[in-house]
Each structure stands twice: as C-alpha cells, then as structure tokens.
Design a protein around this ligand. Sequence first.
Ligand code: ZN
Length: 198
Amino acid sequence: MATAADRSGDDPAFVFAGGRPSLDLVATLGRRHATPVERIPDAAALARWFVAAGLLPTSPAVSDAQLMRARRLREAISSLVRSVMSGSPVSGEPLAIVNGHAMRPDLTPQLVLEDGRPVVTTAPGADVASALAAIARDAVRLLGGPQAARIKECEHADCSLLFVDETQSGRRRWCSMGRCGNLVKTAAYRARRQPPGG
Ligand SMILES: [Zn+2]
C-alpha cells in the first residue's frame, strides 16, 4: 500500500493530512469556515479519491447514488467528530449513518509479494460499498478509542482540516506546515513589520 507521501503528487486537489481515512474523507469538503471547496464534485473524482487514499487498487465504477452516499457518510462523520471535539451531545442521525455503513463487509487486506517482500494490498473485487464500510469502521474505532482526544482542527482561520495529533508533545497546530503553517507565520511576520498605524 502506498504511503501518504508517495501519493501526494497524484492529485493536488486531494489532501491526506488527517492520519485516518475517516478524517481524510471529511477533508474532501475543504475550507468549511470560508467558501467550501468540494473536492469530490462528481463520481469520477470520488473514484480517483479511493485510489489516491490507498483504499482501492484501481478506480472503481462509481454511480451518482454512491457519490451521494459517500457525501452523506462524510457529513455524518464530520458531525460526530465535531460533537466529540466540542463535548456536545451526539445526535442519532449521523450515528445511524456511520453504523449502517460499518455493518457492511469491509475491504479485505491481502499480502502480495513485491521483489520477494510482502506488501499489503486490497483483495480483488473490492467495491465502493466495502470502501465506505472501511471508512465508517475507521470512524467507529477512532471516535470510540483513545485517539478521539487527539483530534484537532488546523489553526488557520479558513482551513477546516481535521487530523490526529500523534506528536509526543501534542502540540501539532497545522494540517501541514507547507499548506497553512507557513502562511500564518508569514502573515504574522508581515504584521509585526507593519509600522504603527500603517
Ligand atoms: Zn490547514
């Protein structure tokens, strides 16, 4: 399975900063606090996303109904994550949507040999439903486990990307330094150099 770093050049529109497939699906609707950016505007984009995310080895056929289901799952996960982060009550509808997908058969991991070394791939025949099930199960394990307390939102005002802070210090602030950290630091530097009243 390709790593996030290997995949980053595939499609510049997609972001994999979350550290978990469930958070990366939520990231397909970006800039939620400004003018939202839809990164899966059509079924073909969702098919590309599944491959870029490393969930499916080849682009699946995606119907418009499946695109709608994926977006509904995305918003359900987003709603649950934000409830957990803010400590507010979790509502039943997003819970039912996530659990409904999690009940379906998951992707099947398989070992294949590359240059004599075992690498993980997804068994042939994996489809959109099983990829969505894998994402929903990831959300279930994430939100029900200890890492739920480590979910953060990028501190850039417009950026709404969520990630699991796996640093030992627990001080990660940005989705990535390159995307947002440098932007904020440059803006702060410029503001400091501005003469009073200027
Ligand atoms: Zn960011």
